[in-house]
Design a protein around this ligand. Structure first.
Ligand code: ARG
Length: 290
């Protein structure tokens, strides 16, 4: 409600400004955004109380008492197949897997992880086959039309992997890169096809397959998230990551569009993890500072 009022107020201010002469800059816009944001903590607090008092079993999930997560465990260090039984017996490990286990515990649900292709994971949560996606998933406005998101919990960077002797030296060279390898359904694919056209982009099932194609000379570079890129480069001889990053983005957790109750419960739990340092502890376990 407060948010609505703030928005109305902002709108009125914009109209007033517009009326006072077209040439003035639109500095009212950022101020309006701040007003809207400032109204949020109260809402979040109220939501946190609701989440605490609500019976966990009442959270709207596909199967009562269960939290089904869709991911693509080919994305180190966020999610990968574990050597042993993995985190909480899931057979998987990684930053997202540990976050998911902690979130499930906080909201009182039993975690089940379904490992699939990345594009299938996005479809699963939209079609009610998964309660959430945690997969190093980047926030985009287009995806926001199809699912609901948590606040960001990490930053992602799209980087460019090339062979050590490649003529491609920066993002500017991508225009003449020949063929760019990406993982299907990812922002890397979306940006590259948008910027350079589909004819210049090949999509692979996962990052490792795209990197293999680079090793085999089937593509000239790979555009992929920085953290998995580092693992892939460490595992394959003769590759390097270019210094210049292509796009910087936010990682978020997704639930089905309109599942506000689950979204709020998970987001509150996630924010608790940010506040008490447990999220950072998980990140530090998998990413050693450079
Ligand atoms: N951040 C990129 C995106 O959202 C890639 C994520 C791929 N994740 C994965 N688990 N394979 O499109």
């Amino acid at each position: 409600m407060k948010k609505l009022l703030a928005l109305l107020l902002a709108l009125t201010m914009c109209l007033a400004l517009a009326a006072c002469g077209g040439s003035s800059d639109n500095s009212a816009a950022p101020a309006a955004e701040e007003t809207a944001e400032a109204a949020e903590p109260a809402e979040a607090e109220a939501a946190a109380e609701t989440a605490e008092t609500a019976e966990a079993a009442e959270l709207p999930t596909i199967e009562a008492g269960k939290l089904i997560m869709a991911t693509n465990a080919q994305f180190p260090p966020y999610e990968m197949i574990a050597d042993g039984e993995g985190v909480a017996g899931t057979g998987l490990e990684g930053i997202d897997v540990e976050i998911a286990a902690a979130l499930a515990e906080k909201v009182g649900l039993e975690l089940q992880i379904d490992d699939m292709e990345f594009d299938s994971a996005l479809v699963a949560v939209q079609h009610g086959q998964a309660d959430m996606v945690l997969a190093g998933l980047t926030y985009t406005e287009e995806r926001d039309q199809l699912m609901d998101f948590s606040d960001p919990y990490a930053q992602g960077v799209q980087v460019i992997i090339v062979k050590e002797d490649s003529p491609i030296q920066s993002a500017d060279d991508l225009a003449n890169a020949g063929l760019i390898g990406t993982q299907r359904g990812t922002t890397g694919y979306i940006y590259c096809t948008g910027d350079y056209g589909e004819d210049h982009v090949s999509a692979y099932d996962n990052g490792a397959a795209a990197v293999q194609a680079l090793m085999n000379g089937q593509v000239d570079c790979v555009v992929i998230d920085k953290m998995p890129a580092e693992t892939f480069v460490a595992e394959n001889q003769g590759l390097k990551i270019l210094e210049t990053s292509y796009v910087v983005e936010d990682y978020v957790l997704a639930v089905g569009e309109g599942n506000t109750e689950l979204q709020t419960a998970l987001n509150d739990a996630l924010n608790e993890m940010k506040a008490d340092g447990s999220l950072q502890a998980i990140v530090d376990k998998y990413i050693t500072a450079e």
